[in-house]
Design a protein. Structure first.
Length: 110
């Protein structure tokens, strides 16, 4: 009889995630200056994310990302369930981040 796959519970979303890790899952993220951070993925790929231009754009006003304009708040980023998140619920798509960094070494969010 086949054993069921083990799951990891996501307490914030009520989801069960497979215990295997996709290569694009973020392992570590470290804030830097000027709305940027470095990131390391599950498969060892490393790169940088630059959010400066995105955060300056007027379309960010009155969105969950507006709080990230405050450098002190931006620094509160953390990794949760393989994604980069902030305490206010802002998050970034780790698969899009991975693809851009794999191609160019940096993801300039626009």
């Amino acid at each position: 009889m086949q054993q069921p796959r083990q799951s990891q519970a996501d307490s914030t979303a009520g989801l069960d995630l497979p215990s295997s890790h996709a290569p694009w899952r973020v392992v570590t993220a470290k804030p830097e200056q000027d709305a940027c951070f470095s990131v390391v993925f599950h498969d060892g790929l490393e790169g940088r994310v630059d959010m400066a231009a995105f955060l300056r754009h007027r379309r960010v006003t009155a969105t969950v990302f507006e709080a990230l304009r405050d450098p002190a708040f931006f620094q509160t980023l953390r990794v949760e369930q393989g994604a980069v998140v902030w305490p206010n619920g802002a998050d970034l798509a780790p698969d899009a981040m991975y693809d851009a960094i794999a191609e160019r070494g940096v993801w300039v969010v626009d």
